[in-house]
Design a protein around this ligand. Sequence first.
Ligand code: 6R9
Length: 649
Amino acid sequence: MSNESLANLLKEERRFAPPADLAANANVTAEAYEQAAADRLGFWAEQARRLSWAKEPTKTLDWSNPPFAKWFEDGQLNVAYNCVDRHVEAGNGDRVAIHFEGEPGDSRSITYAELKDEVSRAANALLELGVRKGDRVAIYMPMIPETAIAMLASARIGAAHSVVFGGFSADALATRIKDADAKVVITADGGYRRGQPSALKPAVDDAVAKAAGTVEHVLVVRRTGQDVAFDAERDVWWDELVGRQSAEHTPEAFDAEHPLFILYTSGTTGKPKGILHTSGGYLTQTAYTHWAVFDLKPETDVYWCTADVGWVTGHSYIVYGPLANGATQVMYEGTPDTPHQGRFWEIVEKYRVSILYTAPTAIRTFMKWGDDIPAQFDLTSLRVLGSVGEPINPEAWVWYRKNIGADRTPVVDTWWQTETGAMMISPLPGVTETKPGSAQRPLPGISATVVDDEANEVPDGGGGYLVLTEPWPSMLRTIWGDDQRFLDTYWSRFEGKYFAGDGAKKDDDGDIWLLGRVDDVMLVSGHNISTTEVESALVSHPAVAEAAVVGAADDTTGQAIVAFVILRGSAAEDEKLVAELRDHVGATLGPIAKPKRVLPVAELPKTRSGKIMRRLLRDVAENRQLGDVTTLTDSTVMTLIQSKLPSSS
Ligand code: 6R9
């Protein structure tokens, strides 16, 4: 990658200091960076003491066989005990763990004491179904409390869970069941989605048949009450089986490195990778980061992460981090526009949510819907706003702070991956002077930097690849059943360093800006240009709500920049505007970054976790047949976009 590269095209000068009252009472101060820099392992050993260990670890890290790490190796703990029982034992049994808000408007609040009983019953139920320590349990569920309960029940008996997002097909579920060799599948009759009951059980029946032989039982939660086929030998209703179990279950302590879960992440090629996470290190880092980055005060905060539990964000920041910290949180089943576009803000108002964690794709959608929608609700309870999943464009960041956070709340842009298990690069709300669009600095105890093609660290102002240079407690331990692929994918590109697959740059202060997946970087007349920066320039124009940029093969420039844009409500789509947008990018980033074409579209192709699939747009821009569309949320989107392009291009 040439170094004028991911050049510092984007100049973002806005700065936001932490609010004085938040800084004065913050959980974490600037000292944490110094302390961790002076003694990184000592710092993590101290964080591990947030957990209740049945046997305290005496060793912190074994890195004698890199990159296969062992953290807190001789310690023993039960993850579910840490997330549930210990809060009850500490006298907080009456604290609400989960305020559940169903899409149709049903709601229920579950205290830690109730959660303890439910998790214990579910653990006893899994034992009755023959699940044992070391087995795998597949979970294919809507966003309901039983999903978290099922995960914790598996963890409690030492069985690893493999949660498969409820929007995935029967085929995708079958592949994952087979790869993990799951003994039991936990599912529901269905869930509510866009105002309709949406079935899940038929896909499980299909998948179990395809996975031939591994699954012994299917445990089915009644959520929608819709009719489902039922195999009397194999299937059991949750309310019947779990309902009749004892609420007493004594948690056994497992080794810190005992597998906690497998979560599949799609590779660009080949079969999905089963990312393996273990117990002690994972829980230490999710608990620490959730407490530090959101400045969590468990007695008073109401926390809400809008992700689906089927993604890593849901694992680490709905289930494990928040519950390990004894937080009170909101869990919402449905979509942000059901039954109206103010649903999220209505929920914030109803529960007095103080910490909100969501994704750039959602924020850009809210921008498109208009400022007047959140303005109708009381959002004064909010005090920290988080973002995750994609680079957040500075304009979307500023919109979020201003329209949701009343220009008062810090915005923390948290960079991490399924593989990292927990947050790695993020501002701290009581410490960092934030910069819109930048994740800024590795968290205390984390070592990350940006390197060039030859693995040399780039100077401030330089661009290249994001790498992690030291092991961290919640790192993936391997790819399930495929150590070689683990080595090849993450550890072979740069000797001794973890290759994240993201482009990044350092600004003049040494702060890190994420520039998207390296596969998405464009090469225009010999210059590496990041899709993220061009997209951010487009989104900074008042007519643009969302943008996706790709490099399409071009005879003269190698690649030419093609931009797909979603216009804000009132903007008229005409040639004049298109010319204006091209000029706007040229003026913001320089002539080299000026898109050759700008195409207004109604929707962009996204994965089910909300990430833009630029690969498909590249296929369109280069007039190719579309590649794999199985992870696309809505396949009709591509037909609409293709119809926009004259086939002569
Ligand atoms: C947590 C999660 C990981 C990829 C990652 C990067 C992108 C996530 C980001 C971000 C810029 C952020 N990503 N957070 N890019 N800024 N704050 O999303 O995990 O689904 O495995 O995706 O998401 O490209 O490499 P996962």
